[in-house]
Design a protein around this ligand. Structure first.
Ligand SMILES: Cc1cc2nc3c(=O)[nH]c(=O)nc-3n(C[C@H](O)[C@H](O)[C@H](O)COP(=O)(O)OP(=O)(O)OC[C@H]3O[C@@H](n4cnc5c(N)ncnc54)[C@H](O)[C@@H]3O)c2cc1C
Ligand code: FES
Ligand code: FES
Length: 490
């Protein structure tokens, strides 16, 4: 086992040992490195003030990802390059093109949010060779809050960037050297950081992971830490043994084979979004609105399932698509329909020493219709009050198969069996929709909380069935905010 973390901070190698294993990257930067350009705002992944960029070699090139440093644990930097706002300016003292565009467009007032915006724009510039559209700029900045400048000058700076080539900078010039250094840091030895009861294990193979989870059944498994990070920063928990999935290549895979998309438990939303959206465009739309770029670069579908939250966005989507969950315990494996994994509030069908290995999502049957709708107070970066997902199979006008799943309506993500019974065998018409809407009362008795009242949840869940009917029977009718977002810029 290796006991120290090795990474590049900017272009300088770092070897770290002896620090708290769940110290956040943000605290490390500010307290240990005295790099205070990266700011702490919310400390829970919401405001983007702490945005940094992680660089990893992938498919023969460097991959740049914006992340929230406040909810990322220090050992997850192992084998990566970390770029902060301090690393952007050129060696000659010039501002980076992103910084210059912010100055030129008056994109900063008090400046507290500015390093975060600059890092998000820098990451965006690595993703987009040509100028992004207005809506792509909105998406790239949805995880950054500014309380005083207003977003128009910042969006202008994002466009101004592409007046010249923002990708030609000193960081790109040193990319071959960075790539070589990062490849040299890769090994297949388990990282074991920390001491005694507080250790952070990062195995590098699936078998090593299985052995560690068996040996430490009480350990906290961490994938993207977008939930677990908050247990530390907000609930002030001191985690004991932690086992992180992030170095296991087999779990990061997203593959299409044998009529299904297989998503490893370590694959981030950003990794999985394209493969799912190709076959299920509405899954792509929901994922686009899940958290922010920073959250989607870290968070995983595996973590969203494993935490069993009744308001997680991906379980209803995947249940409606007929997904299967695959679990592993030591050398043995089992699988089950995803809906059977959720037993009760906070209770999942997972044994001590067992972990989620992958979720397998069958491709949609030909002629079927899949729709999913996320209802939340804000369009971007908000938790759902209700999420409805629907897959219908047809023989002419007759419904032959119905999978209907909701989040936010019960103690777990759940299928609406009374609605499904009402749909299967019926013709897809106004009378059937009315009956299905009424049947929803038998499936759910939602609660009132600060996101929505019980009455609102029930009504909106019924209305989604009507929207499904309108969209599938009269596609010309406008039902979506998505696609009309350009109106926001009119
Ligand atoms: C700002 C912000 C916005 C968010 N927005 C949304 C949103 O819009 N929609 C939404 O659904 N969620 C949202 N979340 C919640 C979170 O991002 C998701 O639940 C995410 O999918 C969790 O994945 P993770 O990899 O980060 O999980 P982690 O935090 O690493 O783990 C979550 C839980 O799963 C367990 N776990 C993880 N992987 C495994 C595994 N392979 N086997 C067994 N157990 C495992 C962990 O022990 C823990 O209990 C948001 C969070 C933040 C901070
Ligand atoms: S401090 Fe707000 S997202 Fe990290
Ligand atoms: S410039 Fe003050 S918060 Fe954005």
């Amino acid at each position: 086992m290796r006991e120290e973390i090795r990474f590049l901070l900017g272009h300088e190698p770092r070897v770290v040992r002896g620090l708290d294993p769940t110290m956040t990257v943000l605290d490390y930067l500010r307290q240990e490195e005295k790099l205070v350009g990266t700011k702490e705002g919310c400390n829970e992944g919401d405001c983007g003030a702490c945005t940094v960029v992680r660089v990893r070699p992938r498919d023969g090139r460097l991959h740049y990802e914006a992340l929230n440093a406040c909810i990322q644990f220090l050992p997850t930097l192992d084998g990566c390059q970390l770029l902060t706002v301090e690393h952007l300016g050129g060696p000659d003292g010039n501002l980076h093109p992103v910084q210059q565009a912010m100055v030129d467009c008056h994109g900063s007032q008090c400046g507290f949010c500015t390093p975060g915006f600059v890092m998000s724009l820098f990451a965006m510039s690595r993703d987009f060779e040509a100028a992004p559209s207005d809506s792509e700029i909105d998406d790239a900045l949805a995880g950054n809050l500014c309380r005083c400048t207003g977003y128009a000058p910042i969006a202008r700076a994002a466009r101004r960037l592409y007046d010249s080539d923002p990708r030609r900078d000193h960081i790109a010039a040193r990319a071959p050297e960075t790539q070589e250094a990062l490849v040299a840091l890769r090994d297949h030895v388990t990282l074991a950081f920390g001491r005694g009861a507080r250790r952070f294990f990062a195995p590098a193979t699936l078998d090593a992971l299985a052995d560690l989870v068996t040996a430490h059944p009480e350990a906290t498994i961490v994938a993207g830490s977008t939930d677990v990070g908050l247990w530390v920063t907000k609930a002030l928990q001191r985690l004991g043994t932690v086992i992180w999935l992030g170095r296991v290549d087999e779990l990061a895979r997203v593959e299409e084979r044998e009529g299904a998309v297989e998503i490893g438990a370590g694959a981030s939303y950003a990794d999985a979004a394209d493969a799912l959206a190709r076959h299920y465009p509405d899954m792509g739309e929901v994922i686009r609105r899940l958290g922010s770029v920073q959250i989607r670069n870290l968070g995983t579908i595996g973590g969203n399932i494993a935490n069993g939250s009744p308001i997680g966005d991906s379980p209803p989507l995947l249940i409606a698509a007929g997904a299967t969950l695959h679990l592993r315990q030591g050398g043995s494996r089992r699988s089950l329909p995803l809906e059977d994994f959720f037993l009760d509030y906070g209770k999942q069908d997972r044994q001590p020493g067992e972990f989620v290995e992958k979720v397998v999502v069958p491709l949609p049957p030909s002629g079927s219709a899949f729709r999913a709708y996320k209802i939340s107070k804000r369009f971007d970066q908000d938790i759902s009050a209700v999420l409805g997902a629907f897959q219908l199979g047809f023989d002419g006008a007759r419904i032959t198969e119905a999978r209907v799943a909701y989040g936010g309506m019960a103690a777990t993500p759940k299928r609406a069996s009374a609605v499904e019974a009402c749909l299967v065998g019926a013709d897809w018409d106004e009378a059937t929709v009315e009956r299905a809407m009424a049947a929803l009362d038998q499936d759910f008795a939602p609660i009132t909380d600060w996101r929505a009242s019980a009455g609102y949840r029930l009504q909106v869940a019924k209305n989604l069935l009507r929207r499904l009917y309108i969209e599938t029977s009269d596609p010309a009718t406008e039902t979506r905010l998505v696609g009309d977002r350009s109106l926001a810029h009119a």
